[in-house]
Write a protein that binds this ligand. Sequence first.
Ligand SMILES: [Zn+2]
Length: 328
Amino acid sequence: MIVKIGTQWTKAIKRIAPPKKVDLPLLLLLTLTIFGCGDEVSESSRVERPAFDASRAFEDLVTQVDFGSRVPGTEAHQSQLEWMEFQLRKVADTVVLDPFDWVTTESDSLSLTNVIARFGTDFEQRILLLTHWDSRPTADQSTDDAEKQIPVPGANDGASGTAVLLELARMFSEQPPPVGVDLLFTDGEDYGPTTEDMFLGASYYANNRGRIDNPSFAILLDMVADMDPSFPVEAYSLESAPQVVQRVWTVASDLGYGRYFPMGSTSRVLDDHLKLIEVGIPTIDIIDFDYGPANSFWHTLKDVPENTSSRTLLMVGDVVAEVVYRSR
Ligand SMILES: [Zn+2]
């Protein structure tokens, strides 16, 4: 994922005013909903569903980092693919490996694979949950020049979203959701170094399966394990799917996570969700783009499990599970 300010690519996040397209009453409603509730977890407001096992999710985060950086073409990438398939086949109704090739602007040939796990295949109404499973080949945001060519460990940027979706898959197996759910693990999100060679799996899915699967909406998870979490509303998400933003941020407030899902500030991030929005799938991005002091851990060798937290995996997993199980 990457953030753009003007014509300059930068690691700093862009704080912007709410997009003009969005009705102020909606924002006001959201603001009142979020700040009108306390931050204590209200167990009574939860639907009946399995608990999100944060320690198991954190173990999955560590397992992925232990494979090594999941850079396309490496042994670690292949090991991770086999491990994800094994985990998902135990719980999903259907698992699809969708391989595709990509030639980069630097003439590298990449063999990439999207992984799709489907639950409740008979349901017409479907929700798509997605995250990327690959990791960045270069620590290009490192302040140390010697480190810039080393792949990132990708604990937060790659492994965290994957860990949350794998745990949700186990929950969906234990108690089938009231709607169809497809989990999409995209490959080649973070290849780069420029955006021409990023978001590759999301783009491939959007232009192939996405049009056929036709989900009602989609939720993207990216960088969801920071120890000091904050998930402001992402601006493209709000423009594309204001009702989904309202649902998700209201659920976060209901579950007592309102302070971590603020409505007062907005980020604008280029990420996998834009590829789905381009083909007409309303998609939101739950992303914490402020990783470490002044975002200094992003795309560096500091993106390690020690700088992540199972508590953050829990709050994101909890919110997404609640949204899914509350669906009709
Ligand atoms: Zn990244």
